[in-house]
Design a protein around this ligand. Structure first.
Ligand SMILES: O=C(CO)[C@H](O)[C@H](O)COP(=O)(O)O
Length: 204
């Protein structure tokens, strides 16, 4: 089980500062969508150079122009790029083809509530998804054990994102996801290093 730190709504300097503190506990560095919108692929190249031994995920949230955006992320140094589940199947297939031999595509299940959708994604070649409760939906609570029913027995690798905290990490880990994504639980903590260590310990 891997720990992915999500760098969202942060300056370049803050991204580096958090990573310097947490790099020993983090497996995957997520360059958040807002950070990409602020700095473009330059921040992906920058973090690739600074952290050559970590996996890097560019949270592109692609929903169209799949080939161009997938290649943009992977050629900048990302190992994984994200595509929205609500995209057309043409877009998703194009992203998978573009990534073949170069990196991986994670399908973001934001808004998906039916397991049949995940089964359909699996049938067109998707093997990696993220169960995601968005920032604006988290007033109703973040990821919990119940969220996992959407991916049960679908055979896909699963990442989970959305308000994972030190209060909920044991419940989340109990569902055995492949990747736990933590944003504000680390980046907004008083002690990001200590928080990352506690998340990692809960996962191992
Ligand atoms: O993809 C994201 C937002 O679109 C975030 O990376 C994800 O939700 C994790 O952040 P947090 O733990 O703060 O909810």
């Amino acid at each position: 089980m891997k720990l992915q730190v999500a760098l969202d709504r942060m300056s370049r300097e803050a991204c580096h500062s958090v990573l310097e503190e947490t790099k020993d506990y983090v497996d995957i560095i997520e360059v958040g969508t807002g950070v990409i919108k602020e700095y473009g692929m330059d921040i992906v190249r920058d973090l690739r150079e600074s952290y050559p031994h970590h996996e890097i995920l560019a949270d592109m949230k692609t929903c169209d122009a799949g080939k161009a955006e997938t290649l943009q992320a992977l050629e900048a140094g990302a190992d994984i790029t994200t595509v929205m589940a609500f995209s057309s199947e043409a877009t998703i297939k194009t992203c998978l083809e573009a990534a073949h031999g170069k990196g991986r595509v994670m399908i973001d299940l934001l808004g998906v509530t039916e397991r049949s959708k995940v089964e359909r994604l699996r049938s067109i070649g998707v093997d990696f998804v993220s169960l995601h409760i968005g920032k604006d939906q988290q007033q109703g609570g973040g990821i919990s054990a119940e969220s996992f029913s959407v991916v049960a027995e679908t055979g896909v690798q699963v990442a989970v994102a959305g308000g994972v905290s030190l209060k909920t990490i044991d419940e989340v880990v109990g569902e055995k996801p492949d990747v736990v994504i933590v944003g504000s639980g680390i980046t907004k903590a008083d002690d990001p290093k200590g928080a990352a260590r506690l998340f990692k310990e809960a996962m191992t």
